[in-house]
Design a protein around this ligand. Structure first.
Ligand SMILES: [Mg+2]
Length: 405
């Protein structure tokens, strides 16, 4: 079998977004999504939806499509689509092709292999979990400490087995205005953690992720000690991830497990270095930093050292990586990002169902269909095709937008 084409369909769709920069819901916002397809000479294809920035709910932008449809496409045409390892190696030597773009290629190749074999991707890799635990992961800038406390209780009552706070970034919860020069609001972050713990009770699992906005070691320690007192489960990405030695120092200073790196470039290689340097207690990866292949390799490295690799972000491909990894290594699926009024169980218009419908016991069932398991609404995509690539970051509004779809 040989790869004959790599193409991207751009189509217009809509979703309810959270405008992170202004801390408010943006209902029914229009945006451009992308469907990447790899075709073969035997009629089998693989697809991947999205792949830009924040997971599979954002289409590839113009620059990413340029990389995919020129240099990457030229390398791929004529290759055997089952040579994923060989193609994955090229990812790290083909200079100047962003790792999320190669991740899209790898994810589509896994979908293709699953479609050919008639198996879900996680079973093809070797199934470990048919159901995975879900935690509710909030949007940042969701409101006051009390708003978070009410939402946490609501999520607990819906069945979520854990709750993760993304607190306040570049936004003042008192004035509800953006604060571009002030990335963090430590005092109110601590109040938020206290309010949430008080609302959900002492035994509920809580996590915390200030997304690298603590600019000093002292702030990171101060919040970390409070999280220990409140018995939070993990402390994620507290400082910029360029400060690896400060992370090692923070791990020595605190008892609570530090979970990082989440957004550092370099996929499994960067994670392996962090593990060797004792710079984090748990590691983190997602499919946009080296594809399903790279994410699964990271889980295996973590397993070898007996540390957890908690998979970053939501979506079909990330879910399959967790399904192929034992819960001792990858325990939770990050459902979200969630906020009051942001629908999280509805399929986006271009799919007939979503991958991560939460069950009453707080688990998510792995997709059953072949490949990634997409049931694509082809009519919607064909009816909404556009020529231009994603323009989501060209709206003049904040790039800090998250979607539940
Ligand atoms: Mg995070």
């Amino acid at each position: 079998m040989k790869i004959t084409d790599v193409k991207v369909r751009n189509f217009r769709t809509h979703a309810d977004f959270w405008d992170f920069g202004h801390g408010k819901l943006e209902p029914n916002a229009e945006y451009i999504q992308t469907l990447t397809t790899i075709d073969t000479d035997e009629g089998v294809s693989g697809h991947y939806i999205g792949g830009s920035m924040r997971g599979d709910h954002l289409g590839l932008n113009a620059t990413e499509q340029e990389h995919l449809l020129h240099r990457a496409r030229n390398l791929l045409i004529g290759q055997n689509p089952f040579d994923r390892e060989l193609i994955w190696k090229w990812m790290w030597v083909a200079n100047n092709i962003p790792e999320n773009v190669w991740g899209v290629v790898d994810n589509a190749l896994w979908d293709l292999a699953g479609n050919f074999a008639g198996l879900p991707v996680y079973k093809l890799m070797g199934g470990a979990q048919d159901r995975v635990k879900a935690y509710a992961s909030t949007v940042p800038n969701m409101g006051s400490p009390d708003d978070y406390a009410k939402h946490a209780l609501e999520c607990k009552n819906k069945g979520y087995l854990a709750y993760k706070i993304h607190p306040h970034y570049f936004w003042d919860p008192h004035t509800r205005q953006p604060t571009p020069g002030r990335p963090s609001h430590v005092a109110v972050d601590i109040e938020t953690c206290q309010a949430v713990r008080a609302a959900v009770g002492p035994d509920y699992v809580l996590m915390y992720d200030p997304w690298g906005t603590y600019m000093t070691f002292e702030d990171a320690v101060k919040v970390g000690r409070e999280l220990e007192r409140l018995d939070f489960y993990w402390y994620e990405h507290p400082m910029p991830e360029t400060r690896v030695e400060m992370y090692a120092k923070l791990c020595r200073e605190l008892d609570i497990p530090v979970l990082s790196p989440e957004i550092a470039a370099g996929g499994v290689f960067t994670r392996a270095e962090w593990i060797l340097r004792d710079a984090s207690d748990m590691t983190r990866i997602d499919v946009h930093r080296g594809g399903i292949t790279g994410a699964r390799k990271t889980c295996i490295v973590a397993e070898a050292y007996g540390i957890r690799c908690e998979v970053h972000m939501s979506g079909w491909a990330n879910l399959h990586v967790i399904g192929a990894t034992h819960e001792d290594t990858s325990e939770y699926y990050e459902k979200g990002l969630l906020a009051p009024g942001l629908p999280c169980e509805k399929a986006p218009p271009y799919l007939k169902e979503r991958c991560d419908v939460i069950q009453p016991d707080g688990y998510i069932d792995m997709p059953k269909g072949p490949g990634l398991g997409y049931d694509i609404n082809w009519d919607f995509i064909e009816d909404n095709l556009v020529n231009e690539p994603s323009n989501i970051f060209h709206t003049g509004r904040s790039p800090w937008r998250g979607s539940a779809s």
